[in-house]
Design a protein around this ligand. Structure first.
Ligand SMILES: CC(=O)SCCNC(=O)CCNC(=O)[C@H](O)C(C)(C)COP(=O)(O)OP(=O)(O)OC[C@H]1O[C@@H](n2cnc3c(N)ncnc32)[C@H](O)[C@@H]1OP(=O)(O)O
Ligand SMILES: O=C([O-])CC(=O)C(=O)O
Length: 427
């Protein structure tokens, strides 16, 4: 039954909320008992209004379109910070001082190589395999190679697993790309930044010295910052759920990568580019939008479960897109023009306005990544690379929480009533 209950949280004003209760519980409910699952039964498909955990990492104000990592507005981090510093912030909760920053960077650098035998693992894949399928496999396989960081009850193991994951993701991502192109792997070059090094591992040719373009390096680093965390999105929730059983960190991150791949989540950046290709020209935008309104397809890169306003990352992404296209002399990019035409209609059309469907982070990211020379199939891999820090931060926060329990949603059973088994000749 649905009833109104007063929820109390220590240190806060009690508040009233409708709850679905499986039994006649009390009218005043301590929220911590609610967490413990006492006498409450909520039916919430898609978890639209169920908090699965407490977290101190990221805060989103969906109505206002605001995003904060550890209290810092995303706009300030995108402007002044760099990806590794943001990683430190997400993991440890504070921005590092100069010594801590350097120590962290060196710590990550130390772990960016992968075990030589892992290169053989790649050779088992078909060359035309989707890079995300390779990533799910090789990241899960890290558990086989780094057995000295699997004990989740040992804080040293946990820390080293986090360093390894952040450090090795660019190496593995670049290996996926090079393997699918039939190119030799490039070893990391430690004189470069985290992001510059990734670009080197992706694009350096054996015969020439690869020079990292600082404008493009900064743009990619900013994209990594924008994708670093987003509280309890589907892939992070998957990592937490996998981790709640005590599974090792590499297995949990592999689970997160698998979930991210879907087009409703991280796979949307790839889907946006495919959609723009299908529309083809600004003259076909109206017709396409009509199809969206008739629910024949979705406008990819639009809409969000939490943002009912513009995704603040999309604004920064659009600006980054502009900068990159200018740097590369691609200001007249037909794809960018097409994307802007779609955005304009969507922001004015009552179908989208009423449903509060605004561009999300993935709408402009594909255009920037394409301009940087990243193939479409690699877009979600780059998202996974950047999101790894969010996944490990949440995984760590969960393991360190003394109230952590195995994640185990309930269900509303709608199947058959009790019946008796009939032998096959009687069916
Ligand atoms: C990094 C990220 O993961 S950001 C999200 C990336 N995903 C995408 O860009 C894919 C496109 N967007 C979507 O599919 C959705 O907006 C999601 C998955 C992001 C959020 O979905 P939900 O919160 O479950 O919203 P839901 O699917 O219930 O949609 C609510 C209404 O808006 C409509 N709607 C939602 N998104 C879209 C869209 N992109 N295009 C057209 N209509 C949409 C739905 O049809 C529905 O309309 P109705 O009320 O008439 O039935
Ligand atoms: O929060 C979400 O549901 C999806 C999202 O934007 C992200 O993971 O970055």
């Amino acid at each position: 039954m649905i009833k109104n209950a007063i929820l109390t949280i220590e240190g806060q004003e009690p508040f009233e909320m409708p709850v679905l209760s499986g039994s006649l519980g009390p009218d005043v409910i301590d929220i911590h008992k609610l967490y413990a699952g006492t006498n409450m039964f909520m039916f919430d498909p898609g978890f639209t209004s169920t908090a699965s955990c407490e977290s101190k990492i990221t805060f989103i104000d969906g109505e206002k379109g605001q995003l904060y990592y550890r209290g810092y507005p995303i706009e300030q981090l995108a402007e002044y910070s760099d990806y590794l510093e943001t990683c430190y912030l997400l993991i440890y909760g504070e921005l590092p001082d100069a010594v801590e920053k350097q120590k962290f960077e060196l710590g990550v650098l130390r772990h960016n190589m992968v075990h030589e035998q892992l290169t053989w693992f790649f050779r088992g894949f078909r060359r035309d395999a989707h890079p995300m399928s390779m990533m799910v496999g090789v990241v899960g396989a890290l558990a086989a190679f780094y057995q000295d960081s699997l004990d989740i009850n040992n804080p040293d193991h946990r820390r080293i697993a986090e360093y390894r994951m952040i450090a090795k993701m660019p190496t593995l991502a670049a290996m996926c790309y090079r393997y699918s192109k039939g190119l030799p792997f490039n070893y990391p070059r430690n004189s470069l930044s985290y992001t510059g090094n990734f670009m080197h591992m992706m694009f350096a040719k054996p015969t020439e010295d690869y020079v990292v373009n600082p404008v493009l390096e900064r743009a990619l680093d900013r994209i990594f910052i924008l994708h670093a965390d987003h509280e309890q999105n589907a892939s992070t929730s998957t990592v937490r759920l996998a981790g709640s059983s005590g599974a090792n960190p590499f297995a949990c991150i592999a689970a997160g990568i698998a979930c991210l791949w879907g087009p409703a989540h991280g796979g949307a950046n790839e889907a946006v580019l495919k959609m723009l290709d299908e529309i083809g020209d600004v003259s076909r935008v109206e017709e396409f939008m009509q199809g969206v309104k008739e629910k024949r397809y979705r406008l990819m890169g639009f809409g969000h479960r939490v943002y009912k306003n513009m995704d603040p990352r999309a604004k920064i992404m659009k600006q980054t897109c502009d900068e990159v296209l200018n740097e590369l002399g691609l200001q007249d990019s037909p794809k960018f023009k097409l994307a802007m035409a779609l955005e304009k209609i969507a922001l004015e059309d009552s179908y989208f306005v009423e449903r509060k469907l605004y561009p999300n982070v993935d709408f402009y990211s594909g255009i920037v990544l394409s301009a940087l020379g990243i193939p479409v199939a690699m877009f979600t891999v780059l998202f996974a690379l950047a999101r790894t820090v969010g996944w490990v931060s949440h995984w760590h926060e969960m393991i360190a929480d003394p109230n952590q329990k195995i994640g185990r949603p309930r269900q509303l059973y709608t199947g058959s009533g009790r019946r008796d088994y009939l032998s096959v000749d009687k069916r």
